[in-house]
Design a protein around this ligand. Structure first.
Ligand SMILES: [Fe+2]
Length: 306
């Protein structure tokens, strides 16, 4: 790709443009593929001996399922909007070990791999995926992978890395333990919850088109024996209308709609969704209270443990 933003200097962060995919391991690949195809209506694009590639949209994959222990968020892929070699050079100049591979996935022949600080999980940076061959949307299928939330020992190294090296912007923080970061107009693509004991995934979130789409999916979940364990409700940061349920491995899956978008990038303020107190709304640190966690009322303590 040659369409790099103008003015890139040697100290400019890599220009991540979207969350592309998340990888995770499961002891029972068939069961998880069944869940993703029959319950969440993802399309299975390709399957090898060891991996299954599934998608919701025109990208070849938005999740990759591999056989192993229960290990959600074993790697995360981000699309970048610039020349791969240039990004590689700048990451190396910043002191990071960067691997460049051609064999990561059939759809991404040129991928940079850099370790996420604190967690050590591989982050994949690539400029585009080949197509999935998907033929439009169905009544149930989510529109996209929205964000991935993970437990980390400390927020600062993650914020320094994502904001300083990968060009993410701070969106919001709850108290001193939960930060929301964005890489495009969506309020967040990556969130991190500080925990002294917990590691790995907090939740994976998929976007639904609107409230009716979400309701249709919840009815479909119920028909297939998947009950919600939180929601519907509305979060403060991002103002997304949310529901949470568990996949067959017990991972938290959020289905959401109405996430805030950045209305004017030059001013950096949000377009808040119906329940909000500030307009225009800028990034801020939120109090830990019910209006922040779920303005509609109930709080699921299990999802706030850290
Ligand atoms: Fe979320």
């Amino acid at each position: 790709m040659t369409n790099s933003p103008a003015g890139m200097g040697s100290s400019t962060p890599v220009n991540v443009s979207k969350l592309g995919y998340v990888g995770f391991e499961t002891p029972d690949v068939d069961r998880m593929v069944d869940y993703y195809t029959k319950i969440l209506d993802f399309k299975l694009v390709e399957r090898s001996e060891t991996q299954a590639f599934l998608t919701t949209n025109f990208d070849h994959h938005s999740i990759v399922i591999e056989k192993g222990d229960v290990n959600p968020r074993s790697f995360v892929g981000y699309e970048i909007w610039e020349d791969i070699s240039d990004a590689q050079r700048r990451l190396k100049e910043a002191g990071y070990d960067v691997e460049r591979r051609t064999d990561i996935a059939p759809s991404t022949p040129d991928v940079l791999i850099v370790e996420e600080p604190s967690t050590g999980i591989p982050l994949h940076l690539y400029d585009a995926q080949s197509g999935s061959g998907i033929d439009g949307y169905t009544p149930i299928r989510p529109t996209k992978l929205g964000h991935v939330a993970a437990f980390v020992p400390d927020l600062k190294p993650l914020q320094d890395f994502y904001q300083g090296l990968l060009g993410f912007k701070w969106a919001d923080t709850i108290g001193d333990f939960f930060v929301f970061l964005r890489c495009n107009s969506d309020h967040h693509a990556a969130n991190f919850m500080a925990s002294k004991v917990k590691r790995s995934l907090h939740h994976i979130a998929y976007e639904m088109r609107d409230v009716n789409h979400l309701q249709t999916m919840i009815d479909h979940l119920a028909k297939n024996g998947y009950q919600l364990d939180w929601g519907p409700g509305r979060h403060g940061p991002g103002h997304n209308l949310f529901t949470y349920h568990k996949d067959p491995d017990g991972n938290n899956i959020e289905l959401f709609t109405q996430l805030d978008v950045i209305h004017d990038e030059s001013k950096g303020y949000w377009e808040p969704r119906p329940w909000h107190n500030d307009f225009p709304q800028y990034p801020k640190t939120w109090e830990v209270d019910v209006m922040t966690i779920n303005s509609w009322g109930p709080i699921n303590p299990a999802l706030m443990e850290h």
